[in-house]
Design a protein around this ligand. Structure first.
Ligand SMILES: Cc1cc2nc3c(=O)[nH]c(=O)nc-3n(C[C@H](O)[C@H](O)[C@H](O)COP(=O)(O)O)c2cc1C
Length: 496
């Protein structure tokens, strides 16, 4: 069973010693972001800021952050013990991503306790941080789940996309038409010359953020996948001003529409992105016009400090290390590729780099793996560099992977393959700005790379090498090793 709501999730974290309440006054302007960064560096707990400057009284006084900022907490959110290994979580997620329990509509719920419309709408009544000093504004949507609907099928999508406070009732978003599912919806609504209805959900079961930040296949309603993870249907209520549905137990819901008239665009960015860089320049972007805010009494705002740096993993990198590996593995299984033994997404890369371990069946298999991943829309923002290793190399062990890279890769003989100009990311600082022009290109362009660190089958098998294609390693013979182990103390080496 999942968590009833964000409050039950926070109570569970507190019970496990994974939540700290900050009672000292902290400024929403840069200080919350800097505190959160330092706690991430120290591999610390989730945080509940209870005394935010200028928000001691009023509509909303508290901010919850870093709920999924550690592997232990992600394990708890998925219903596992805190020390569950990565691989077990990946395999659970692979399974659950393919299941569904349809959501149900209920008549009301705590999220309707307060309803604000018209001139009373003011996003700055919520303690929205300016997370980083170089960001273009206060980012209200860093961990919100954004609900839209395909106007042709009526199926809802739930995605996680960044959005910044514009005016008190407007929110410009980084809305990418190519790749992201709400972008595909946006194109359809624009073709009908209608603004797209949108609902932004802040704070519920942590599974909501985990799944809205994950590229499930187009047409899948994430509310129903959440049902499968929770073991019971998500209970949703209808929005007040748009034809969408949101969890009855959510903390805060912001409703409105986004139109495609450039006259309505407002500047968005830069933002401290998952790459660890402050990406973008301020750019006019599609902007939500807010028509209603509903929330619980004394709502708890929720946000995430984005940006992974060596030594400080964001919530995104923790989630990506599990989810992006699971999605990739399902893609490879779906493509019928044999012999996939493990998939590892190094957390520091958020799944931009991916390692696949195989039992090699044929020479072209690593290229097939890269082609399958890059041909899937889940490769938006991710899987830029794919490394394939064999069964004797643990893909999670940097030293083993480096060794294979050094001695099994022949770059001029297909060991390194570059696929130029394919869809990619608009926020990758290594990509020139002109290749990141979302307005012109629909999405960013990438030159993707495969590193085939498997032993080449172009090498003939040799009798002198025990019938293998590569020479033996320098490891002693097993009987020599056994003899030495037996006499170890005798050598005077027993303490080693
Ligand atoms: C914490 C977090 C923040 C994210 N921020 C953005 C964002 O600002 N813009 C974006 O396009 N994708 C963002 N993503 C990635 C998308 O949520 C992800 O690609 C997801 O698949 C989108 O949903 P969709 O596949 O239904 O379109 C973020 C993911 C996480 C986990």
């Amino acid at each position: 069973m999942g968590f009833l709501d964000q409050r039950q999730w926070m109570a569970s974290l507190e019970q496990h010693g994974e939540l700290r309440r900050i009672k000292a006054e902290v400024d929403w302007d840069r200080e919350i972001g800097a505190v959160t960064r330092r706690v991430l560096e120290k591999k610390g707990p989730a945080l509940l800021f209870e005394n935010i400057k200028g928000y001691r009284d009023g509509r909303c006084t508290k901010l919850f952050a870093s709920g999924l900022g550690a592997r232990s907490r992600l394990a708890l959110a998925l219903g596992f013990p805190r020390d569950t290994p990565n691989r077990a979580l990946v395999q659970h997620v692979m399974q659950k991503n393919r299941e569904a329990i349809p959501h149900v509509l209920v008549d009301g719920g705590p999220v309707k306790e307060v309803i604000v419309k018209g001139a009373a709408i003011d996003q700055t009544e919520f303690p929205v941080p300016k997370w980083h000093y170089l960001e273009g504004g206060r980012y209200i949507h860093t961990f919100s789940s954004i609900v839209t609907k395909d106007p042709d099928t009526g199926v809802m999508n739930v995605g996680l996309y960044r959005g910044m406070i514009g005016k008190k009732n407007t929110t410009p978003f980084l809305l990418i038409k190519g790749g992201q599912h709400w972008g595909a919806h946006f194109v359809k609504w624009a073709a009908r010359k209608q603004p797209m209805p949108v609902a932004c959900v802040i704070g519920w079961d942590p599974i909501m953020s985990f799944l809205s930040g994950s590229p499930l296949p187009a047409g899948v309603c994430e509310w129903d996948t959440m049902g499968a993870y929770r073991g019971e249907p998500a209970q949703l209520v209808r929005c007040e001003t748009v034809d969408l549905a949101v969890p009855a137990g959510a903390e805060i819901v912001i409703e409105g529409t986004i139109g495609d008239d450039p006259e309505t665009y407002e500047n968005e960015g830069p933002f401290g992105e998952f790459t660890g860089y402050v990406s973008d320049l301020p750019t006019p972007r599609p902007t939500m016009q807010i028509s209603c805010i509903t929330h619980r009494r004394d709502p708890i705002f929720c946000g995430s400090l984005e940006g992974t740096l060596p030594g400080s993993y964001s919530e995104n990198s923790v989630m990506s290390s599990v989810q992006r590996a699971a999605i990739a593995w399902n893609i490879l299984n779906g493509a019928g590729i044999p012999g996939v033994l493990d998939v590892f997404a190094p957390p520091i890369t958020n799944g931009v780099n991916l390692r696949v371990q195989i039992k090699k069946h044929y020479q072209g298999q690593p290229k097939q793996i890269a082609a399958a991943l890059w041909g899937n829309s889940a490769a938006q923002y991710r899987y830029k560099h794919v490394t394939v290793v064999e069964e004797d190399i643990d893909p999670a062990d940097d030293e083993q992977v480096e060794w294979a890279f050094a001695h099994r890769v022949n770059a001029g003989e297909g060991g390194v393959v570059i696929f130029p100009g394919i869809f990619g990311s608009p926020i990758d600082p290594s990509t020139p700005m002109e290749d990141r022009d979302v307005a012109q290109l629909g999405t960013g362009l990438w030159n993707r790379m495969l590193i085939d660190a498997t032993r080449s089958w172009k090498n003939p098998r040799r009798a002198e090498w025990g019938g293998e294609r590569f020479p033996p390693t320098v490891r002693p013979a097993p009987d020599d090793e056994a003899r030495v182990k037996a006499r170890w103390a005798e050598y005077g080496l027993g303490d080693l």
